[in-house]
Design a protein around this ligand. Structure first.
Ligand code: UDP
Ligand code: MG
Length: 310
């Protein structure tokens, strides 16, 4: 068996109730392992930081990084990966939706030599609408995105040191971890678990956030939507030319046609729509370029008990 120092990385935002619970649950799993438990307090407004601080005071393997405000889960993950010192890092949510008993299965995969061991969940307990939307989304994304994103495979996974370093090489400001994990490749093993409904606290995902996350997933990985605009525009242009030719021939043969209100208004509306959508898509990319050029840090640290910072 490979000797392994394990980091458990837990992004936490307003999870005060769950922090002691997940700590307990992890302790039972990790009794025999050399490990650190790294909580990233993502600017929580409740007692989350107090809870983490108390744990850290009592147990030296508990580490924390606390942000100055809420920077989002992606930023928390990045901070966690930068600070984690493990030979392997397991990322899991604070809300106990990621079962701690999987830790040993994930580690088994690592011992077998895999650099990424992914925990895949079913959609048990998700609302019908959300499951349906997710299904459609993954159908679309499978067509347009170059990296493979799979339904049910989220951030709950183990990364080897090599894989962590690879993710950290990717320096983009707009981070879509799911895509980054897929982009880096490496031999991957999947373990399965059944989804559990959240016991305490609320999910931080509103539909609005989910939709934004979905758009992020599509545009952060390729320029295909731009190409769709290009081809769409070309096709519409050809059809319009064809229509003009047909109308010309008709006018020459039968005299001037009665001006068609319907055809004018429908083409104006349709083309207006196409142009706006295309502009919007271009705007998404331009906005990202703008954000990247500012080179702002992904997060700011208020307090930490770790010395390693990059
Ligand atoms: N989280 C975070 N920052 C945020 C939102 C969420 O660090 O701005 C953490 C949260 O505390 C939890 C994990 O990310 O540990 C997943 O969040 P949530 O349970 O709300 O998402 P879901 O399970 O519904 O996908
Ligand atoms: Mg959750």
């Amino acid at each position: 068996m490979k000797a392994c120092y394990l980091s458990i990385l837990i992004p936490s935002y307003n999870e005060s109730y769950n922090i002691p619970l997940i700590y307990q649950a992890l302790k039972e799993q990790l009794a025999k392992m050399d490990h650190e438990i790294l909580f990233i307090d993502d600017g929580s407004e409740d007692d989350t930081f107090k809870q983490i601080h108390q744990l850290a005071a009592a147990h030296e393997e508990v580490k924390y990084v606390s942000f100055t405000r809420n920077f989002g889960k992606e930023a928390a993950l990045l901070a966690g990966l930068r600070h984690a010192r493990g030979d392997a890092v397991i990322i899991m949510d604070a809300d106990l939706q990621h079962p701690t008993y999987l830790v040993s299965e994930l580690l088994e995969g690592y011992q077998e030599g895999y650099d990424q061991v992914v925990a895949k969940r079913d959609r048990n307990g998700d609302s019908k609408v959300r499951s349906l939307l997710t299904k459609i989304y993954y159908k679309i994304i499978d067509q347009v995105v170059d990296v493979k994103l799979k339904d049910g495979e989220g951030d709950f996974r183990l990364l080897s040191r090599k894989a962590v370093e690879a993710v950290l090489e990717l320096s983009e400001g707009n981070r879509f971890s799911k895509g980054l994990f897929s982009w880096i490749g490496f031999e991957q093993k999947t373990v399965y678990y059944s989804n559990k409904v959240r016991d305490n606290g609320d999910s931080k995902w509103s539909y609005k956030k989910l939709i934004n996350y979905g758009i992020e997933g599509i545009v952060s990985f390729n320029q295909k939507p731009l190409r769709v605009c290009l081809y769409g525009g070309l096709i519409i242009m050809c059809l319009a030319l064809l229509y003009i030719l047909v109308m010309l021939v008709q006018i020459i043969r039968t005299g001037v046609d009665v001006p068609g209100y319907f055809s004018i208004i429908s083409s104006v509306l349709f083309l207006g729509g196409v142009q706006l959508v295309s502009l919007g898509i271009i705007g998404e990319y331009v906005g990202r370029i703008y954000a990247e050029t500012k080179r702002r840090p992904h997060y700011l640290i208020r307090e930490t008990n770790m010395d390693r910072d990059l």
